[in-house]
Write a protein that binds this ligand. Structure first.
Ligand SMILES: *Cc1c(COP(=O)(O)O)cnc(C)c1O
Length: 360
């Protein structure tokens, strides 16, 4: 007799849903989840191990529930006059987003996003019982602000997600557009800046809007530019009242002492961890040019990945690349594929494999 989740008293609104599932495959060239390809140096690994050994001597006690030292460190990293009171941290920015939806979304409330965008925004919304309203982006993957304001007027969302630079398209938003949305939105506006450090010069951060917009929340992560995806550390910057709201929903001691120590130590070595960002940005810009030279359509990217196409059968291209030991991501609009920017060796392998499988 087979017993499946359909035989369980699962919530009706979760029936038929699929889980987040970027494949985790053991392949030589992994370019599918937008990680920084550079592992910590042996020197940094040793510093992390020593800090954790020190923390281990106190593991009989619960960690600092408010992660104050870490929030101070993150505030200093962000600058913009921010303090620990403006910053909140959790196990990845996904947990930060979940806490935001627990506090500001929920049954009877609506969250809105502009698709194609980050697949976890609707998944976390629905997981918290929040109704999800997707609004399409235009053909250039930009947000049509007039259409956005009309959708906001119609649906009155409690939470609006703006992803900038956007995943999976790489598109950054204009500050004036974020401001127009922030003025019109009746609830909170979450600007997901997971890829902020990869922005091209002159692309501003929504952090500059915080002093004048107490309902704007900027979410960041140590998973991407900071090369720390395995540690699970995300954070936000917002008005201190937002941080007060999150204290109502977070689980006590949610951020382990080990995580707090690892993140603090990583911040002390920010220069090393962020050292490859300039190279990755240059590698990205070169990749965009190269793909265009080969005749592909390519979205402008302010992130560490590139969306390109268009393929009649993108699944076949994805599978053929995998046969060449190159794992990229089948995501975004039909016909397009997303590739993360890796080391120059990895990108050379990707370019060679792509030429081979597309017969160019
Ligand atoms: C990768 C990503 C995140 C980061 O998630 P973490 O939980 O911090 O690892 C958040 N938002 C977007 C848009 C992303 O692409």
């Amino acid at each position: 007799m087979s017993f499946t989740l359909n035989d369980l008293p699962l919530r009706d609104d979760l029936r038929g849903r699929s889980a987040y599932g970027a494949p985790q495959l053991d392949v030589p060239v992994v370019l599918n989840t937008n990680e920084n390809p550079h592992a910590p140096s042996p020197r940094l690994a040793k510093a992390l191990a020593e800090a954790v050994a020190d923390t281990a001597l106190g593991l009989n006690r619960y960690p600092d529930r408010d992660a104050v030292r870490l929030r101070e460190g993150l505030a200093a990293y962000l600058g913009h006059g921010l303090t620990a009171a403006h910053v909140w941290a959790a196990n990845g920015s996904n947990e930060v987003l979940q806490q935001l939806l627990q506090a500001f979304g929920g049954p009877g409330r609506t969250a809105m996003g502009f698709e194609p965008s980050y697949s976890m925004h609707p998944i976390i919304s629905r997981g918290t019982g929040t109704h999800w309203v997707p609004v399409p982006r235009d053909a250039d993957f930009r947000i049509d602000v007039d259409a956005a304001l009309a959708a906001i007027e119609e649906h009155r969302p409690s939470v609006v997600f703006l992803t900038s630079p956007n995943n999976p398209t790489g598109t950054a938003l204009e500050m004036a557009d974020i401001e127009r949305v922030a003025r019109a939105a009746p609830g909170v506006v979450v600007v997901d800046e997971a890829y902020a450090e990869f922005r091209r010069a002159n692309t501003p951060s929504a952090l500059s809007l915080l002093p004048d917009h107490p309902r704007v929340i900027v979410s960041r992560t140590m998973s991407k530019a900071f090369a720390l995806a395995g540690a699970r550390v995300g954070y936000l910057a917002a008005h201190p009242a937002v941080v007060d709201a999150l204290q109502l929903v977070r689980l006590p001691y949610h951020l382990s002492a080990v995580t707090q120590t690892v993140a603090l130590t990583a911040l002390e070595h920010a220069e090393e961890l962020l050292g490859a960002v300039d190279d990755l940005r240059a590698e990205r810009d070169a990749l965009v040019l190269w793909l265009r030279e080969q005749g592909f359509s390519v979205a402008d990217s302010d992130a560490n990945f590139v969306l390109f196409g268009e393929f009649e059968d993108r699944s076949r291209v994805w599978r053929d690349l995998l046969d060449q030991d190159v794992l990229i991501r089948e995501t975004g609009p039909d016909g397009w594929l997303r590739v993360t920017v890796g080391t120059s060796e990895e990108m050379a392998a990707f370019r060679a494999a792509l030429l081979k499988v597309t017969g160019r």
